[in-house]
Write a protein that binds this ligand. Structure first.
Ligand SMILES: [Zn+2]
Length: 292
């Protein structure tokens, strides 16, 4: 933003949209960590960080995301996976992929999703006005507040126009495209049915790492589902199947939502030699290091 403020021209603007859109994906990924209770040991602090610093700025909500996302983990790459439409249509033709990316980059995907979000927050037909207002504020009040603060801060600095140009525009365009690419890298063209083979790791060379600045977190983080899995209670641990160490099985009882019904099992050390199978409770820095 500072670059564009100092030197506003088409090149710096496009570059800033790419960098900021990929950092917005970074925030969404940090919200994902928060949804798994991975940002802080203290549940309340974890939720606060996830909501106010990661989710609300990009118009998301951690608890709603968690309910949705646990379905993805529990049913990855099956018909009950809510993320299936992102990875199912692959392999596909170049023309189709081009159309999808054009839809994302032109803002059509983003606008459609945001309109659906607004419609959902506006309540249902026949709902009393007071209830509608309460529903709207409960769903979007805090994301709108955080975005209003960002706009106000930029306006106070004399650059209000940077908010629509370099926050909303990247969110509606580049963010959508890198989210799609990340999902393709992670899940597409993998066999359904085996819970331990429905996600892949993308190893990154230096070119991909450098490109990561504009392409999002694809190289480093694409394997999160391979490292962690949220399973319904009673699912055999992968340790039993010889597929890794169950490092932590922590109930998310302190946090509302579906997490309380299923156990969140942090599956780590899937490829670390010399692990101790079962029951290791890893300190947070160690878990962070593995997920980095
Ligand atoms: Zn996850």
């Amino acid at each position: 933003m500072a670059l564009v403020a100092l030197l506003p021209n088409p090149l710096t603007i496009v570059l800033a949209i790419m960098v900021i859109g990929s950092r917005q994906l970074g925030l969404a990924i940090l919200m994902h960590e928060g949804a798994h209770g991975g940002l802080a040991v203290n549940g309340k602090l974890n939720l606060w960080l996830s909501q106010w610093l990661c989710a609300y700025p990009v118009g998301a909500e951690t608890l709603a995301y968690r309910r949705y996302h646990l379905q993805h983990h529990a049913h990855a790459q099956t018909e009950r996976d809510p993320d299936l439409p992102l990875s199912a249509p692959f392999p596909t033709t170049r023309a189709s992929l081009r159309r999808k990316l054009l839809r994302d980059l032109s803002g059509r995907t983003g606008l459609r999703q945001r309109l659906a979000q607004l419609r959902g927050a506006a309540g249902t037909a026949g709902m009393p006005v007071g209830e509608r207002r309460a529903t709207f504020l409960a769903r979007l009040g805090r994301p709108l507040l955080v975005n209003a603060i960002m706009l106000a801060a930029l306006a106070a600095a004399g650059f209000w126009w940077l908010y629509p140009l370099l926050w909303l525009l990247p969110l509606l365009t580049w963010f959508q495209a890198v989210t799609r690419i990340r999902n393709i890298a992670e899940h597409s063209v993998l066999p359904a049915g085996d819970a331990w083979r429905v996600a892949r790791t993308t190893r990154a060379g230096w070119i991909e790492r450098a490109a990561g600045a504009v392409l999002g977190e694809l190289p480093r983080r694409a394997s999160h589902d391979g490292v962690r899995a949220v399973l319904p209670a009673g699912t055999p641990a992968p340790v039993a199947a010889g597929k890794g160490a169950r490092c932590q099985a922590r109930d998310q009882a302190g946090l509302p939502g579906d997490a309380a019904r299923g156990r969140i099992k942090t599956i780590a050390a899937l490829r670390a030699p010399g692990h101790q199978p079962g029951g290791i409770r890893l300190a947070l820095p160690a878990r962070r290091a593995m997920l980095a």
